[in-house]
Design a protein around this ligand. Structure first.
Ligand code: SAM
Length: 219
């Protein structure tokens, strides 16, 4: 047998990697998108093509191939080295059901990490999230603040965000419809407004700014 191209991927190491990824307890509880699993395992097989691939890896690969909804599944995130995990059900596609909100975007991950690293900012605060998408940021911040409202204007996105709060047992958060172009002034008494990756079209900026101003008028 030829030596592995990557020393780490001996059979023993593959077992450990398999248990920490494909068979991670969170991935067992919240099944990942099979399209994502397929890509991950393909690259795994490529890395160890010159030596033995763990049997279970092939089994997971064929299970991913036969899945009926390959583009949808859970993603598991952690921003504090594994003390807290957050599960979101997402699509792999950039745009689905006419919205970009059914997946988590890169800027959101950066803001989740920033919020975790600067958690004191959210302590005892009432927070509003605009354009929440599947709700990862709101879910992360819910652990740091007193109360958070996740808002969006797309019906499927609002359902996905509610699902995220439910599966992560978030009890101090709620989901509400808020369209920046129809924004009404409410007596929210908010402390902080957050939003990640919401300005992709410059024409919506005035509405977004108006909404932030309205929402923070008591600040
Ligand atoms: C690119 S996604 C970002 C989702 C999430 N914040 C993230 O970073 O993963 C943009 C989000 O903004 C929402 N959005 C766009 N225009 C909006 C508007 N006028 N009112 C409320 N939400 C809006 C979309 O529905 C979508 O969920």
């Amino acid at each position: 047998m030829l030596p592995c191209r990557f020393q780490l991927l001996t059979l023993g190491s593959q077992h450990k990697l398999y248990d920490k990824t494909v068979r991670h307890p969170m991935a067992m509880k919240f099944p990942l998108a099979s399209a994502f699993v397929k890509t991950f395992i393909k690259s795994w097989i490529n890395q160890v093509e010159d030596c033995e691939v763990l049997e279970e890896v092939y089994e997971s690969f064929s299970a991913a191939l036969t899945h009926i909804e390959p583009q949808i599944g859970y993603k598991i995130y952690t921003f504090d080295g594994g003390s807290h995990y957050h599960a979101t059900k997402e699509t792999v596609a950039m745009c689905s059901k006419g919205t970009t909100g059914l997946r988590t975007w890169q800027a959101c991950l950066a803001l989740c990490q920033w919020a975790t690293d600067n958690n004191h900012i959210f302590k005892h605060k009432k927070v509003l999230e605009l354009g929440c998408g599947v709700g990862l940021l709101g879910c992360v911040i819910s652990h740091l603040c007193d109360k958070i409202t996740l808002t969006d204007y797309h019906n499927s996105v609002l359902k996905a965000a509610q699902h995220t709060l439910d599966v992560n047992s978030v009890s101090n958060g709620n989901v509400s419809v808020l369209d920046w172009s129809r924004s009404c002034v409410e007596d929210d008494n908010l402390d902080i407004v957050v939003a990640a990756d919401v300005v992709f079209d410059p024409t919506i900026v005035p509405d977004l700014v108006k909404t932030i101003k309205n929402k923070l008028r008591y600040f």
